[in-house]
Design a protein around this ligand. Structure first.
Ligand SMILES: NC(=O)c1ccc[n+]([C@@H]2O[C@H](COP(=O)([O-])OP(=O)(O)OC[C@H]3O[C@@H](n4cnc5c(N)ncnc54)[C@H](O)[C@@H]3O)[C@@H](O)[C@H]2O)c1
Ligand SMILES: [Zn+2]
Length: 478
């Protein structure tokens, strides 16, 4: 059975020579903060000689035996790694069994013609003739496909697959295949979204036994009474799962219902807002609100699948799209790439991949995941002062301005102004400051913020003098 994601287990990259496993593996490992092991390098290091020499000395069979031995040692390590497997490593039955038991394996797929161009003329013992190379590829491909839990073609694709995130226009029509398992489904849908995309989702679930539960549209879904209603109406057993269809509000409450019902059942998110697809649906944070306090009760519960179908965004009101665009700009600044200039599909794909990488590296928000709060300390203060009547995207746009001003990044400030056109908001300055201070008091001590040394180089937990924070906040208020 295919595993849903790589959380808590090794992430192994399989694929033909020339598919770029070493390079992509190193890059993915850096993104998710795990050690990287290139199996071929490990073999050369331990043997004290090159693979070419080992092939010459021991023959292919001798080399494969050594390779399997070393693969075993590497995969036996307790700490989750990123491992680039040699092209032939999966030929060993023992290695395949270990991968199945201990790793989430991704096939890094490549056109054989491209692979040949990369390796032709190299020292590799199995890349001497183009014809042999292609026939070996035909022979190996089915083995890779069998061993792989998922397939990817680039670093973002690997990060998405590793987090269990599937981005594809039209994916909502294939939900039955995308949601893991074959047990019964509790489909929790935003009442408004249900009227627009509910039938499509239900038809997409195909033969799966699914019960529909509508929750109030938007934020009012995140209430204890709604959660209690879901608990009492669910009938699935431990083999069933929850599927959430809606924006971040729906995925938050449905995910929390799944985290708590019967001490936790699997859930999948089908986010239908841009916020949901680039941010809220990913990373396993779930929560409900208490009167006057947002997200105060919740759980970390990683979804087994996140299905992002950009085609459902065509019905999204413009104001909701702008909320999402603010998170896209935030992500682009963190990633150091102008992601907001890309097509909507590419925005979703790259932002979802970025958040997947950060959250895989810090699922419980103890360090690097803090960076995702860029601009949000100010945004939350403005939202609270506005009695939550301020759209989140507008608050985030303003919050980004403050964080970038404090970072001394004038160009980035201009980008936010050009792309998001934030206007200062009329709220009570003292109330906003009180909210920010309250937020900070929860973290003990003076204000700590996420700032950027440069686009792509975030720093979190930065202590900023109170006066500077106060001044930055005041600039956001009309
Ligand atoms: N868990 C996380 O990591 C995380 C991250 C960010 C935000 N959030 C949470 O997400 C919530 C905000 O979610 P959101 O911005 O996605 O909006 P939302 O879920 O509150 O929905 C906003 C509105 O859009 C409508 N809508 C949704 N999809 C639609 C579609 N395809 N067509 C037409 N209308 C549609 C909804 O009915 C609703 O009226 C907040 O509660 C926030 O705290 C959670
Ligand atoms: Zn946000």
């Amino acid at each position: 059975m295919n595993l849903p994601h790589a959380l808590g287990r090794h992430l192994a990259l399989a694929g033909f020579m020339g598919s770029g496993k070493s390079r992509a593996g190193a890059s993915v490992a850096a993104r998710i903060g795990r050690p990287f092991v290139d199996l071929d390098d490990e073999i050369e290091e331990r043997a004290g000689t090159t693979i070419t020499e080992l092939f010459a000395e021991r023959g292919e069979a001798g080399f494969r035996a050594l390779e399997a031995e070393i693969a075993h040692d590497v995969l036996a390590r307790g700490e989750p790694l990123v491992v680039a497997l040699g092209g032939g490593a999966v030929l060993s039955e023992r290695t395949r069994a270990l991968l199945a038991a201990r790793a989430f394996t991704i096939l890094l797929d490549v056109e054989p013609e491209t692979a040949w161009l990369r390796v032709a003329g190299s020292e590799r013992p199995l890349a001497r003739s183009e014809e042999d190379f292609h026939s070996l590829h035909r022979e190996r491909q089915p083995v890779y496909e069998e061993v792989a839990d998922a397939t990817a073609r680039d670093v973002d694709g690997i990060l998405l697959a590793a987090a269990g995130v599937h981005v594809e226009p039209g994916a909502i029509d294939e939900l039955g295949e995308l949601v893991p398992g074959d047990g019964a489904v509790e489909l929790v849908a935003d009442a408004h979204v249900s009227g627009i995309h509910g039938i499509r989702a239900q038809v997409g679930l195909g033969a799966r036994d699914a019960a529909l539960h509508e929750v109030p549209a938007g934020e009012p879904a995140k209430a204890a009474a709604v959660l209690e209603r879901l608990w009492s109406r669910f009938t699935i057993g431990r083999d069933g799962s929850v599927v959430a269809l809606g924006g971040g509000s729906t995925t938050d409450v449905a995910g929390f219902a799944a985290a708590t019902y019967m001490r936790g059942v699997e859930w999948s998110a089908v986010p239908t807002t841009l916020v949901g697809q680039v941010d809220a649906g990913i990373g396993g944070k779930t929560a409900i609100d208490l009167p006057g306090a947002k997200n105060v009760v919740g759980a970390f519960h990683w979804p087994v699948r996140v299905v992002c179908d950009p085609s459902v965004l065509t019905t999204l009101p413009e104001a909701e799209r702008l909320n999402g665009l603010a998170e896209v700009v935030k992500t682009g600044l963190l990633a150091g790439m102008p992601l907001w200039e890309r097509s909507e599909l590419d925005q979703v794909r790259s932002c979802a991949a970025f958040k997947s990488g950060v959250c895989l590296g810090d699922p419980h928000d103890r360090g690097p995941r803090n960076q995702l709060n860029l601009g949000h300390t100010f945004a939350h203060a403005l939202e609270a002062a506005a009695g939550y009547a301020l759209p989140h995207g507008r608050a985030v746009a303003l919050g980004l301005l403050a964080a970038l001003r404090l970072s001394g990044l004038d160009d980035a400030v201009r980008t936010v102004q050009d792309v998001l056109s934030p206007e200062p908001v009329a709220v009570d300055a003292e109330a906003a400051w009180a909210a920010l201070a309250r937020d900070k008091k929860a973290e003990r001590g003076s204000p700590r913020l996420v700032l950027l040394d440069a686009p792509g180089r975030p720093r979190w937990g930065v202590e900023v003098p109170e006066d500077d924070v106060r001044r930055a906040l005041a600039e956001l208020i009309a």
